[in-house]
Design a protein around this ligand. Structure first.
Ligand code: ZN
Length: 109
């Protein structure tokens, strides 16, 4: 049964699933964004969905000790969230936020 691929609710928290919820607002994904932002950004609390969708720094800056661009950080985090989400859906692999955070950090140069 693959009925879960057509459900309008989030597979993790039962909220209505939207692109915004999928990428950003779901609590388990928020914890990933908060950890990544805290590690890499000068003002981590300023990160919003708008920054991610627009790929615009708009007032944010990457901590200078990291030789990374904002794009590196956002793209790598999105990829790891995407991967973990679909591994959960298709392989029933637990979406473990700390694991997603660790993989994101590992994949950033
Ligand atoms: Zn959710």
């Amino acid at each position: 049964m693959i009925s879960y691929t057509t459900t309008p609710t989030c597979v993790f928290c039962d909220s209505i699933d939207t692109p915004e919820h999928f990428v950003w607002a779901c609590p388990i994904k928020q914890s990933v964004w908060q950890s990544i932002a805290s590690r890499y950004l000068v003002s981590p609390r300023e990160l919003t969905l708008h920054h991610i969708i627009s790929l615009s720094l708009a007032g944010l800056s990457v901590r200078p000790e990291f030789k990374l661009t904002f794009f590196d950080i956002i793209a790598t985090t999105l990829l790891q969230i995407w991967s973990a989400h679909w591994h959960f859906v298709f392989h029933q692999t637990t979406f473990w936020s700390n694991g997603v955070i660790a993989k994101t950090i590992l994949h950033l140069p």
